[in-house]
Design a binder for this molecule. Structure first.
Ligand code: ADP
Ligand code: ADP
Length: 213
């Protein structure tokens, strides 16, 4: 089963994809984390990527195309969850082509719809574990011990782009570039909308019901 997660920054894509990974064996393909790992490696490519992520802009298509190509040539996962990709129509076409080339089909695109006013609050209160990638929220999903990952005890950190200023650009990019992707999947009869305003458990229940996993 292949699923795409769509929604604005902070809508809960990563959180829900992690749950599907842990409880339902989905492979979680997350472009944002892969890009951050490249930046952390200190490579030249990472330095190029950082200019875009720090500004809240989409990284160029050649970088994303290469990432997708590598993923498909190495992957034999039965259940795949794409989180943070595709982010514009050009990327949606790259995914369509890759699926066709590998003789597999997209089963479902899930749009996490959420009240825009709650997004900034979620973003500035987001923290994550640099070791295992687990996502927390100081208000809605705090760790048991302040500042420390429940799973491995690592010190939680805040993403460099999770500021009010960069969030503004990310939301604008989402509205202009990613929203048309919803229409792309609606036309294919694959788009399903889930209300992302409920708490994490309720949203997860709705997704699991929709996918029938
Ligand atoms: P995205 O991947 O779409 O940017 P995340 O999954 O990282 O979103 O969630 C953004 C922030 O909101 C995180 O701090 C997360 O813990 C929190 N969060 C996720 N889902 C919910 C929810 N349903 N209700 C409240 N907070 C949530
Ligand atoms: P969010 O949790 O807000 O949805 P992500 O972790 O998915 O954020 O992405 C963080 C940043 O990484 C984006 O603002 C963008 O700069 C870059 N990025 C992530 N995925 C893509 C993609 N598919 N195409 C281009 N840039 C991307």
């Amino acid at each position: 089963m292949i699923v795409v997660f769509l929604g604005p920054p902070g809508s809960g894509k990563g959180t829900q994809a992690d749950i599907l990974h842990e409880q339902h064996g989905f492979f979680h393909f997350d472009t944002g984390s892969r890009l951050r790992a490249e930046i952390a490696s200190g490579s030249e490519l990472g330095a190029r990527i950082e200019q875009y992520t720090n500004a809240g802009k989409l990284v160029p298509i050649d970088i994303i195309r290469e990432m997708i190509k590598r993923f498909f040539s190495a992957s034999d996962a039965g259940r795949i969850m794409f989180d943070g990709f595709p982010r514009n129509l050009e990327q949606a076409r790259v995914l369509d082509e890759s699926l066709l080339e590998h003789n597999v089909k997209l089963d479902c695109a899930i749009y996490l719809e959420i009240d825009e006013d709650s997004l900034l609050n979620r973003i500035v209160n987001r923290r994550f574990c640099p070791q295992c990638g687990d996502i927390y929220n100081l208000q809605s999903n705090p760790p048991r011990q302040a500042g420390v990952c429940d799973k491995d005890g690592a010190a939680l950190i805040q993403r460099q782009d999770d500021t009010a200023e960069v969030f503004g650009t990310r939301l604008t990019v989402y509205l202009h570039e990613t929203m048309p992707v919803l229409e792309h999947y609606r036309k294919q009869g694959l788009l399903n909308t889930i209300d992302g305003d409920f708490d994490i458990g309720e949203v997860s229940k709705a997704i699991v019901e929709l996918l029938g996993v």
